[in-house]
Design a protein around this ligand. Sequence first.
Ligand code: ADP
Length: 166
Amino acid sequence: MKRAVRAVYPGSFDPITNGHIYIAERAAAIFDEVQVSILVNPQKRSMFSVDERHMMAHEALSYLPNVTVDHFEGLLIDYMRQQRSRVIIRGLRAMSDFEYEFQMALMNRQLAPEIETFFIVTDPKYSYLSSSAIRDIFQFGGTVQDMVPPGVFRRMRERFPRHTGT
Ligand code: ADP
């Protein structure tokens, strides 16, 4: 019997944006299961806690039946092995992503040759979108409503009730 292929889409997802959702959706059309896995990095200051990020991603992706959300700490390849997954999904926005992603994919291959990284190119309309840009724009009062799922937008407004952005 053919084994189902589970792909892991790792990232910070602080918060999940429409660009991330696009990549998850395309991956879900190819692989049997896609696990969106939030990397817990205690050294990195984040806008949302892991639980909040998890909840927002879960809510935004619930329309995709073969996508689940998880989180992990430590080395991605250790997590991959533990999850018995051999496919890493990453999204590419621009050439500027490429160098970093290329280096990381080669490093991961060096550490775990059995694991493959797959890149999915974004839709041009999301090519400028990143979680850090969303956080900055919102905190300085800009409009992010069209860039994130409704649940994320709602939580951002709850978090910063007095900010001027929409
Ligand atoms: P990291 O924290 O590793 O920089 P993120 O959590 O922001 O990454 O994103 C995880 C993955 O999603 C990365 O592969 C990143 O390139 C990709 N990604 C982020 N934003 C977009 C977007 N707008 N379109 C396509 N891919 C994206």
